[in-house]
Design a protein around this ligand. Structure first.
Ligand SMILES: CC(C)(COP(=O)(O)OP(=O)(O)OC[C@H]1O[C@@H](n2cnc3c(N)ncnc32)[C@H](O)[C@@H]1OP(=O)(O)O)[C@@H](O)C(=O)NCCC(=O)NCCS
Length: 142
């Protein structure tokens, strides 16, 4: 397995990973081709794929604001789950965010994503039961 920074040409493979891993995404909102290209061009280092025999088998997206780094959209295709690939993706993206100076790295996990919850706890992430996530959206597709 090798890690590679992703590029706009990887868009279809990214969508394929999310579909196969059963991770919902917003195809006409923030996960549309145009939007993903915009995000990749802002900072390509934040898009990381795991490859085997030149096929993408997992990916993670990093992001950041002026205060924190974030881990998003982690997914590994079912045939390759349980081999430590997500752990390696998380560690590499943490390294990239730390290199930018971020001392807090955060992630949001939807209810029911038990594997993801177990993974992040094992990687040292702490659950904040006293925080509720609120958003204000232009529409439900974004
Ligand atoms: C969550 C996901 C990315 C894990 O990928 P993975 O490559 O199988 O994970 P790893 O093999 O690196 O596992 C690392 C650790 O996470 C935990 N873990 C991973 N899958 C687990 C599962 N199904 N049940 C319990 N713990 C699990 C384990 O602690 C594991 O360490 P161990 O093998 O030493 O016990 C993968 O299951 C997936 O793509 N799920 C669907 C999409 C998703 O839910 N994404 C997260 C959105 S927040």
């Amino acid at each position: 397995m090798e890690l590679r920074t992703l590029a706009p040409k990887d868009y279809d493979a990214i969508i394929d990973i999310w579909n196969r891993a059963g991770l919902p995404f917003k195809p006409i909102g923030r996960d549309s081709l145009e939007e993903i290209i915009r995000q990749i061009e802002l900072d390509p280092e934040m898009f990381l794929g795991a490859f085997e025999d030149s096929q993408m088998i997992g990916m993670i997206m990093g992001s950041y604001d002026s205060r924190k780094g974030w881990l998003n959209r982690l997914a590994v295709v079912p045939e390759h789950q349980g081999k430590g690939i997500a752990r390696v993706l998380v560690e590499e993206m943490e390294k990239r965010l730390k290199a930018k100076g971020f001392r807090i790295i955060a992630t949001l996990i939807e209810d029911g994503h038990e594997a993801s919850m177990a993974l992040f706890k094992k990687a040292g992430y702490v659950v904040h039961d006293d925080i509720t996530y609120l958003t204000k959206r232009e529409d439900s597709d974004v």
